[in-house]
Design a protein around this ligand. Sequence first.
Ligand code: SAM
Length: 259
Amino acid sequence: MIQAKKKFGQNFLIDQHIIKKILDSINPNKSQSILEIGPGLGALTIPLLKKLNHIYVVEIDRDMVKFLTKKIPSNKITIYQEDILEVNDKKFSKFNFIIGNLPYYISTAILLKLAKINKNKASLFFMLQKEVAERVSANTSTKMYGRLSSMLQYYFKIETLFDIPAESFNPVPKVISTFVKFTPKKLSELNALNQENYEKVVKIAFQYKRKNLKNNFKGVLNESDFLKLNLDSKSRAETLSVENFINIENYLSRKKLSF
Ligand code: SAM
């Protein structure tokens, strides 16, 4: 029996009803290519292979890799034994779907990495900690809306599909999970002139959560800039939509202001 390793965020799915619901949501066809992050003991990988000819997986734990190598014929699976955060961006370009029951200790880092890969046209289906799912999908001017929401909603349409109780996993985690779909927006909808500047604008805006825009953008935007942008400098970042952040980015990038 393989012991779950805490340091790799291992909580294995054991609930067949939930596994079926996940597969029904992804619903791939044989011609599509899928990358799974963190296959573990194959709770999703093995049933997915009933619908696919081949699957690609990235798994850091060599014990899991050994297990999968024994369990699944080598012509059905390509295993990259790597840290997902170290995988070269180019490797992500050929997939229709990137899926996974993510290791929660790095789930936001994985989401941000995948969001920023321009050529990544894949839809993502991820199981996330419910609290993270709420943050990524939060509407403007709500308690959960923040830097992560405005970063990810720039790149994706985000839908929370269903919750997964802690008892669906072994070992049982302390948190509830949510299954979330991320559909990439069209390149024509990504209207920042400079992607890095968009990220910087969002970072500055949310720098001090309790401060207003005027304070957070001190030395970058003055009152006349806010007027031109049609924004109230006394409001806070959580009231700004992705559109608003794009406008600020365009304004700063056009003026070639350094910030
Ligand atoms: N997919 C399996 C399931 O649903 O039962 C396992 C999910 S478990 C929550 C997370 C998986 O991600 C584990 O197999 C773990 O070893 C793997 N993992 C953890 N950190 C990783 C990393 N940095 N890169 C790749 N895989 C990682």
